[in-house]
Design a protein. Structure first.
Lengths: 511, 461
């Protein structure tokens, strides 16, 4: 890149920041690196510089490269690392116009990270921690062999989203204390359910001594229960309680768990975030053009790239486009007052469409929503049937006849599709799993329960993932769910002979 | 806030991990090669150098919703109405039998070089003839030929072109030598066309000196160039090259495959698919062994006719079953077009075994075997749902041809599939293989035995 170009880019960068701030975007410092395309593909595949090594990243790296070779230049590739300061990358051979688009888009993302509450507690050290870990893991590969290191990393990756970064982290002792107090309180409220059996013979326990006895009994029971309370944090549980893991494996899992926690907020806000960044890069670029900082040709080039970003995909929703249209619709409606009961109650169709109270509250509403929402709330509150139609969304299913597997459109009914989309965002589409018992049947069996909320688990993926859990746990693992409206149990065991057990006894144990 | 320009990035990790991924794919292909060979997608992509192969177990497993196959779906965007098809792909294993395992949704497909796949297959088969030296070639005397070159010989056999080439090479060196050792090298540097002038003078000096380099240098240095010599070059004795006479032998490496098939009504698409699959791999393998491979397709009912490939696999006919007709036809073609001393001949015959004239068929087979062909393979296809299966397993009540063959010759029996149908009978001396196969899981063993009796005829033919 020539010096003059770099100078011009820096000028554009500064103006982009100013425009963003004028529009109420808050964001931390951003450091841009201009890098060769190959490096860009690597960072995209690894999601973060310093990421640990694994074949999946290698696969994605190759894939990105191939796509780039086929699609050619023009696609705005971007990676933003959510740290403080933020770090972002520009591809060396991009035109100035494309760089400006990416800078504007990145500013949108960083503003999102800075303002959205789900990103508030992000670990800004993650990049450094990963980089250090990456070196340690290479050492493990040399020491223990790549196969077992890889197996551990794969298992970690399979489970990394099964922890909730917004839950307060508690030690087992704290948990025990909380559970003890909770159950004790319950006991006094005579609403004892879970530990019913235990309390039966304690009905007349009002005297001091029997209360002490009761307390002790509760304490012992809880103490013997692993986990004290069902936990979503599968990796945490495995790290703390597996007898099978070496320290270096725990190190790997700990890092991957942190990575999962870093990724979670992004998953939870993907549509909002991409839509927001797209919304702002469009506006900022328009402004730059108006101010004469971009030529008409350059602006046209930006528009072309922008159209690639917002292209419809016949097989899935494009988060850039869908997010963008929802924000756009929201701003428009709050600018004109087309929301709330008064507006809803207008019966005349044309009048409803033409309504405009000139309230101009669009961006105010946008920022408010931005701060407090996640994708599920965003869809719930702002996706409407008109948007579904505008975005030409449809539902398709896979059908097969003698010769083909076909994907067939089955539904275009906007209200139904809207509801299906909203439902799919519940818990970001990730099944909720709880470690229920680490010593089921007194045999050291790990029992996981799936909180079934309508959709069944994918059998192949569930079985294979349970095998990952089994690898980390060492002993047999079971997963209870519902499959085709029936109770169903997946099992994974290293040795082929699974101990048989009496189901009634098992139920009693979990009662 | 800043934009920093970097140009010195390493891409160590990406390359390392991409390699690891590739190794895992190779590994997976190795492990699955037996399943892979039954894949319809490979067989149908004829003439392609690369094929798409499903690779199992390379997914990012995690807990997700959704089923495999039927019923999967999602939300898409774009033009289209209810009922419109937005995507379509051939059903995995379509055309094959039920026995093979289908692959689930999202199995990764990778592009693999068909040669690589073959290498893996034959490695897995434990076949030794990947060594190119072992290629089954035939040497045919063709008279005499001049091929080798010698420095000594008679003048009548001077190889003019090679001699000139040597002379040119030497002259160029000599001219350079003269230029470098005289004031000519100054001319090269100083004058505009100095190089051409110097070359010209050096060349003429060499002519005048009759090729003596020392003398030529002297001529230049003493300015004794007489101007009589033209630019050109001398042929030195060392430059002479002579042709050598050799006995001319054509190394002939040709094979022909006769694909014979019963196309009477009972040959369903399922059965034809198995034939097609076997033929595909046989031919692919032969192509690695021989320079040229031809395939002749002969279908028969009561009478036989030669057809093109499409008709062979996708056409059909009604009528009786007389295998003799097909073997007679093939024998005729061999006699007239493929002399066995020039061609390696492979015959594969596919039927469901209900032949009307088994004894006559066997006698035609005998004729063929006696010609000294490289392999005869009779593949009897009995898909699972055939009536036969319900009767005692190996009585072959519905096969007439197989027992007839077994009556005529002695075979060693090999059982592949304990409970099922994959059974093979081999006669090593005759290079004759009988097989009964049920579904695409038997393609592998069938191929193994077919190639296992491969014809490394001692001393060639």
């Amino acid at each position: 890149m020539k010096n003059t170009e770099l100078k011009r880019l820096k000028k554009l960068e500064n103006r982009i920041y100013e425009i963003a701030r004028e529009n109420g975007l808050e964001f931390c410092d951003i450091e841009f690196d201009i890098i060769p395309e190959e490096k860009m593909f690597e960072i995209m595949a690894y999601n973060m510089p310093g990421q640990i090594s694994n074949w999946k990243f290698g696969r994605d790296y190759e894939r990105t490269r191939t796509i780039y070779e086929k699609m050619g230049v023009g696609l705005p590739y971007e990676v933003v690392v959510n740290t403080v300061p933020s770090r972002a990358y520009l591809m060396k051979d991009n035109t100035i116009a494309l760089q400006a688009l990416i800078i504007a888009h990145v500013v949108g993302h960083v503003a999102f990270f800075t303002m959205n509450k789900y990103h508030a507690e992000n670990d800004s050290n993650i990049a450094a921690r990963l980089a250090a870990a990456s070196e340690r893991f290479e050492e493990y590969e040399r020491k223990y062999g790549i196969d077992i290191v890889e197996q551990t990393v794969d298992a970690g990756h399979a489970l990394m989203l099964h922890s909730n970064p917004w839950l307060k982290e508690e030690t087992e002792d704290e948990k025990l204390e909380r559970m003890f107090k909770k159950l004790k309180k319950k006991k006094h409220e005579k609403a004892v359910t879970e530990f019913g059996d235990m309390f039966e013979d304690d009905d007349d326990s009002t005297g001091e001594q029997s209360r002490e006895q009761w307390n002790h009994k509760l304490y012992i029971t809880l103490k013997n229960k692993v986990p004290v309370e069902p936990t979503e944090d599968i990796l945490r549980f495995l790290i703390d309680h597996s007898n099978h893991l070496a320290d270096w494996q725990k190190d790997i899992l700990e890092i991957i768990r942190s990575w999962g926690q870093y990724v979670w907020p992004n998953i939870k806000t993907k549509y909002m975030n991409e839509g927001f960044a797209t919304y702002w890069h469009e506006r900022i670029l328009r402004q730059l053009f108006k101010e004469g900082l971009l030529t008409a040709e350059e602006h046209a080039e930006c528009n072309y790239s922008n159209s690639l970003v917002k292209a419809m995909n016949p097989y899935s929703m494009n988060p850039y486009l869908v997010g963008f249209e929802i924000w756009e619709d929201l701003v428009e409606r709050w600018n004109t007052g087309r929301h709330g009961r008064d507006w809803e109650e207008i019966t005349d169709h044309d009048a409803k469409l033409a309504y405009d109270d000139k309230s101009m509250k669009g961006h105010e509403k946008m920022m408010k929503t931005l701060r407090t929402s996640n994708d599920w709330m965003f869809m719930n509150n702002f996706l409407n049937a008109d948007l579904v139609r505008k975005l030409q969304m449809y539902l398709y299913v896979k059908k097969s006849n003698v010769f083909y597997e076909e994907l067939v459109i089955t539904d275009k009914e906007a209200e139904e599709i809207k509801q299906i989309i909203i439902n799919s965002f519940s818990h970001s589409g990730i099944p909720k799993m709880f470690v229920e018992n680490g010593n089921a049947l007194e045999q050291g069996i790990l029992l996981i329960k799936h909180e079934h909320i309508g959709a069944d688990l994918n059998p192949e993926y569930t079985q294979k993932t349970l095998e990952h859990v089994q690898f980390l746990w060492g002993e047999k693992c079971m997963l209870d769910t519902i499959k085709q409206k029936q109770k169903f149990r997946y099992t994974a065991n290293k040795s082929k002979d699974v101990p048989t057990f009496d189901d009634t006894e098992f139920k009693k144990l979990l009662a | 806030m800043s934009i920093v320009y970097h140009d010195d990035w390493e891409i160590k990790k990406g390359i390392k991990d991409a390699k690891r991924h590739q190794d895992k794919i190779d590994d997976a292909i190795r492990k699955n090669v037996r399943d892979v060979i039954g894949e319809e997608s490979i067989i149908t992509e004829q003439g392609k150098k690369k094929v798409r192969v499903p690779v199992k177990g390379m997914k990012d497993y995690r807990f997700i919703y959704g089923g495999n196959g039927e019923g999967g779906g999602g939300i898409g965007q774009g033009e289209g109405d209810a009922g419109d098809v937005i995507g379509r792909k051939p059903k995995p294993g379509q055309g094959g039998s039920k026995g093979g395992q289908g692959h689930g949704e999202g199995d990764m497909e990778v592009e693999v070089d068909i040669d690589y796949l073959l290498d893996v297959m034959f490695e897995d088969l434990g076949l030794p003839w990947l060594d190119p030296k072992k290629k089954n070639s035939i040497e045919i005397p063709k008279g005499w030929k001049f091929e080798n070159i010698s420095k000594k010989g008679v003048y009548s056999r001077v190889h003019k072109k090679r001699t000139m080439m040597e002379a040119v090479k030497r002259n160029v060196l000599f001219v350079q030598e003269v230029i470098q050792n005289t004031y000519l090298k100054d001319i090269v540097e100083e004058k505009l066309n100095g190089f051409e002038t110097a070359q010209d003078m050096a060349s003429r000096a060499l002519q005048q000196a009759k090729g003596d380099i020392e003398k030529a240098i002297e001529i230049i240095e003493n300015d004794e160039l007489n101007g009589n010599e033209s630019v050109g070059f001398l042929i030195h004795d060392d430059d002479l090259r002579f042709k050598v006479i050799d006995e001319d032998v054509e190394i002939c490496s040709k094979a022909v495959v006769f694909a014979l098939m019963d196309v009477s009504g009972s040959m369903t698409p399922d059965k034809k698919y198995l034939m097609k699959s076997l033929l595909f791999w046989l031919v692919s393998w032969l192509r690695k062994q021989y320079e040229a491979v031809e395939i002749r397709f002969i279908q028969h009912t009561e009478i036989a006719k030669e057809v093109d490939e499409d008709t062979f696999f996708y056409g059909g006919d009604w009528g009786g079953t007389v295998a003799k007709s097909a073997f007679d036809k093939a024998n005729y073609i061999i006699d007239t077009e493929y002399p066995t001393d020039e061609w390696n001949i492979y015959t594969i015959y596919c039927s469901d075994g209900e032949d009307f004239q088994p004894a006559q068929a066997v006698s035609s087979m005998e004729d063929m075997v006696n010609k000294g062909i490289n392999m005869l393979s009779y593949v009897e296809i009995k898909p699972h749902h055939d009536l036969m299966d319900e009767y005692t397993t190996y009585t072959y009540g519905y096969s007439t041809l197989l027992p007839e063959c077994q009556k005529k010759w002695k075979f060693n029996e090999v059982v592949v599939d304990k409970k099922g149908m994959g059974k093979f009978w081999i006669n090593e001396d005759l290079k004759f293989l009988l097989s009964v196969i049920k579904d695409k899981t038997h393609i592998w063993p069938c191929l193994k035995h077919m190639l296992g009796i491969h014809p490394e005829r001692e001393g060639g033919k």
